[in-house]
Design a protein around this ligand. Structure first.
Ligand SMILES: [Fe+2]
Ligand SMILES: [Fe+2]
Length: 473
C-alpha cells in the first residue's frame, strides 16, 4: 500500500489548474464559460489536496517548485505551463503561497489576475502584490518572499538539515555494525528511523542530499558507502515514481546491502594485494551473511523480506553472472538491480577501491551507461543518468565563458540533461569566488538567441585546489 504515490500527479494537477485559470482570466471576461470551468476545476483540485493533506502551500526555490514540501517534477507535458507559472510568481517576488481553508472563487480571481498583470517599475513587487490582495479583501491566500534555497549564503537551513540526516545515518550504521561485530542483539527501530529521515530529506530536496555524497568527514569508508548508496537508491526510487513505503524498504535494503561484511575480517576486506582463492570465497559470501544477519535483527513487525532478498541478490548481476551463483534461472529483483547501479556509482566517485583513483561524477555516469548491459540493468542505468544529469551534482566544470563552476542541481527541464545549475567558483580571470552566484545553464541571451553559458568539460577538483564539499555539502 502506498499513500504518496499519486502525490506528484496531484501536485502537478493543482499547479497546472492554477495556470489554466490564470490564462483564462487573462484572455476572457470573467463571465465567460471557459473562465468558469477553469475556476471550478481549480477549486476541485484544491479541495482534493485539502482533504488529503489538510493544507496547501506552494514554494518556489530557484527552478524548483514544491507543493506541501514535496518537489514537483516537471515532465514534458506540463513543463511549459509550470515554468510559466513559476516565472509569473517570480516576477512578483513571490516565493511562498499559503492557501487557507475555504479559499473562495473571488479570492482566486483576485490572486490570479494579480499574477498575470505587469509589475510597475520602481515599486517593490511583492509589497505591491500583497497590498493588492488586501485591497481586494483576500485573506485566505497569503504570499511571502522566496526561501533562500538557491540564493547563496542563506541556504544553510536546507543544507544543515541534510547534514544532520547524513550524520545521524552514519551514526546508526556505525552502531548497528559495531553491535553485530560484538555479537550483540541489534534492534531495527533506530535504523528504520534513520532510513525514514533519508527518505524525507530526499523527497524534500534531492539535490541538497546529493551534495552530501561529497562529505568525507567520516573515517570509515564502509559507513559512507552504506549511507551514500541509501541516498542514491532512494533518489532513483523517487525518480521512478515509488511511493513512500517502497522508498523506505529500498532505503533500508541499501543502507544494509553490505552488512554481511561485518563477519569478514578487516584484514581481508582492506587487503591491498590480490585476494587468495580462500579470501575471495569469504568476501563473495557477504550477501549470504547479510541475509542471515537480517534474520537475527530484532524489533521488526515482520522480517523485511524484500530488503533481505535484495541484500542477497545485490551482486547477482542483471544477467546472473555474479554471485551467489544461481542454479535455476530467475530474475534479479528490482531493488537489487537498483542497488547494483547506485553502489557502482558510489564506488566509482569515492576513494574506496584503493587500487583506483576516483572518477569525476560525469565520468562515472559515462561508465555506467556504457556497461555492456551484463552487469547492470540497462533501463535502470539510463533512468539513473536522467536523474543525475550528464553532469551530476558536485561535478567541477569549466564553462565556455572561462569560468569555473560546481554543479549544484540538475536542470529542472528534462530536455536539458547537460545544462544543470552551476555555482560559479572562479571568474574567467581565474579569481576565486567564495560563495559565487548560481547560474542556470539553460539561460539564453535574448539578444543573440544563444545560451549564455555551456559546459566545455569537467575538471579534476584537485587540480584546481577545490574542495567540492565546501560548495555542496
Ligand atoms: Fe556488496
Ligand atoms: Fe557495496
Amino acid at each position: 500500500m502506498s499513500t504518496t504515490e499519486p502525490q506528484h500527479g496531484v501536485s502537478t494537477g493543482v499547479l497546472t489548474a492554477m495556470y489554466d485559470a490564470a490564462k483564462a482570466l487573462q484572455l476572457y471576461p470573467i463571465e465567460n464559460e471557459i473562465v468558469g470551468r477553469s475556476l471550478t476545476e481549480l477549486q476541485s483540485r484544491v479541495t482534493e489536496i485539502f482533504e488529503r493533506e489538510g493544507g496547501l502551500a506552494v514554494w518556489v526555490a530557484g527552478n524548483y517548485m514544491f507543493v506541501n514540501d514535496i518537489q514537483v517534477r516537471l515532465d514534458l507535458a506540463d513543463y511549459a505551463a509550470l515554468s510559466a507559472l513559476r516565472e509569473a510568481l517570480r516576477s512578483h517576488g513571490i516565493g511562498r503561497i499559503e492557501f487557507l481553508p475555504r479559499v473562495r472563487t473571488d479570492d482566486w480571481v483576485a490572486f490570479l489576475t494579480g499574477l498575470t498583470s505587469a509589475t510597475r517599475p520602481g515599486i517593490q513587487p511583492l509589497e505591491a502584490f500583497q497590498a493588492r490582495l488586501s485591497d481586494a479583501g483576500v485573506h485566505r491566500i497569503v504570499v511571502g518572499p522566496s526561501t533562500a534555497l538557491f540564493s547563496g549564503g542563506e541556504d544553510s537551513d536546507g543544507i544543515e538539515a541534510a547534514r544532520r540526516t547524513y550524520a545521524y545515518s552514519v551514526q546508526v550504521a556505525r552502531e548497528t555494525m559495531n553491535g553485530l561485530v560484538l555479537g550483540k542483539a541489534v534492534g531495527a527501530q533506530r535504523a528504520e528511523r534513520a532510513v525514514l529521515r533519508v527518505v524525507d530529506q530526499v523527497l524534500k530536496d534531492r539535490s541538497t542530499m546529493m551534495g552530501m555524497l561529497t562529505l568525507r568527514d567520516y573515517d570509515d569508508h564502509s559507513l559512507i558507502h552504506a549511507v551514500n548508496v541509501a541516498i542514491l537508491s532512494v533518489a532513483l526510487g523517487q525518480h521512478l515514481g515509488f511511493g513512500k513505503q517502497q522508498l523506505f524498504e529500498l532505503g533500508f535494503a541499501a543502507l544494509f546491502h553490505d552488512i554481511g561484511k561485518v563477519l569478514i575480517p578487516t584484514s581481508v576486506l582492506n587487503k591491498q594485494a590480490f585476494l587468495t582463492d580462500e579470501e575471495w570465497r569469504l568476501v563473495s559470501q557477504h550477501p549470504d551473511f547479510g541475509l542471515l544477519i537480517m534474520f537475527d535483527m530484532e524489533g521488526f513487525e515482520d522480517p523485511p523480506y524484500r530488503a533481505m532478498l535484495s541484500i542477497y541478490e545485490h551482486h547477482m548481476g542483471a544477467h546472473l553472472n555474479g554471485y551467489p551463483r544461481v542454479i535455476r534461472r530467475r530474475r534479479q529483483g528490482l531493488f537489487a538491480r537498483i542497488i547494483a547501479i547506485t553502489e557502482a556509482y558510489d564506488a566509482a566517485i569515492s576513494n574506496h577501491g584503493r587500487q583506483f583513483s576516483p572518477c569525476s561524477p560525469d565520468e562515472a555516469i559515462r561508465q555506467l551507461l556504457h556497461n555492456d548491459g551484463n552487469l547492470y540493468d540497462g533501463v535502470l542505468a539510463r533512468a539513473f543518468t536522467t536523474m543525475m544529469g550528464v553532469y551530476p551534482v558536485a561535478t567541477v566544470t569549466i564553462l565556455d565563458t572561462g569560468e569555473l563552476g560546481v554543479v549544484v542541481a540538475p536542470s529542472s527541464n528534462p530536455n536539458a540533461l547537460s545544462r544543470p545549475l552551476v555555482r560559479i567558483v572562479a571568474t574567467r580571470e581565474g579569481k576565486r569566488i567564495g560563495d559565487g552566484p548560481i547560474r542556470d545553464l539553460t539561460e539564453v541571451d535574448p539578444a543573440t538567441g544563444h545560451f549564455v553559458r555551456s559546459i566545455a568539460r569537467s575538471a579534476n577538483p584537485q587540480r584546481y585546489g577545490i574542495n567540492v564539499s565546501d560548495f555542496v555539502a
